[in-house]
Design a protein around this ligand. Structure first.
Ligand SMILES: [Zn+2]
Length: 253
């Protein structure tokens, strides 16, 4: 199956997963309907399902119009069933859902919101992480504790390292600036910054990123890296306190 990146609103991404043989498709987090509709019509795709990672308006804004136009079914987590517009299929934690003979693992990842989930397409080795893990960053905590977010990020870290991360926003440049500010002498981070700033200049998205790069460079995932914590003088902080420190620094960056 092919995965198409659809820029929406100011800096959101929706994603269309297409079965090239059947022309059936699903969309993840349609912030708005127009760019999704355009793509589907241009490519003559049938939108069977609308998948939401969480209830925020910039992730569900296109739900109802798309459902009406394409007669699609809307999926979301059970905890969000009152908050996701037009929801038809209520998902449970660790459920395996199936799309066009491809298994999709659902994992509950609270922190950004209490009902946030990610979708992991096994055959495609692709995870749609919404506003939980960003490329070289992570989402703000609106409804969850630091402990919940650390546990949620651990679930993403436990996916195969070659997993491609498709996140909800183009925040990569600002995230990398922050990573470099904290992890000052990391040459790989600077290389990544130059590479991605070229993409952005050429109006190319920075997504998807590789989970292996995230594990290696994303400072929000380094709460269990003693050497890194020591380098910053934070070796006495436990995983959650270290994560809190980094998250708070970013919130004031
Ligand atoms: Zn959000």
């Amino acid at each position: 199956m092919d995965i198409h990146i659809i820029p929406c609103l100011k800096d959101n991404y929706a994603y269309i997963v297409e079965n090239k043989k059947t022309k059936n498709a699903c969309v993840i987090d349609p912030s708005e309907s127009a760019p999704i509709k355009d793509f589907l019509n241009k490519n003559k795709l049938n939108l069977k399902f609308i998948l939401n990672t969480h209830h925020h308006a910039d992730h569900v804004g296109g739900n109802l119009e798309l459902k009406k136009e394409f007669n699609s079914k809307i999926l979301g987590f059970e905890k969000d069933k009152e908050r996701i517009p037009g929801i038809d299929i209520v998902l449970k934690n660790r459920q395996i859902w199936n799309f066009e003979n491809s298994d999709v693992l659902i994992e509950h990842v609270p922190g950004h919101t209490s009902g946030h989930i990610f979708y992991y397409f096994k055959n495609e080795e692709a995870a749609f992480t919404g506003d939980t893990l960003f490329s070289f960053g992570c989402g703000r905590l609106f409804e969850g504790s630091y402990l919940e977010m650390v546990n949620s990020l651990k679930k993403i870290k436990s996916l195969p390292s070659k997993t491609k991360i498709f996140c909800g926003h183009e925040y990569t440049m600002s995230n990398l600036k922050f990573c470099i500010e904290i992890d000052k002498n990391n040459a790989e981070l600077k290389k990544k910054y130059n590479q991605i700033s070229n993409n952005i200049k050429n109006k190319l998205p920075s997504v998807p990123s590789d989970l292996s790069d995230e594990m290696n460079l994303n400072i929000f995932l380094k709460f269990d890296d003693y050497k890194f914590k020591k380098q910053l003088g934070f070796q006495d902080l436990n995983e959650v306190d270290f994560f809190k420190k980094i998250r708070d620094l970013k919130d004031n960056f």
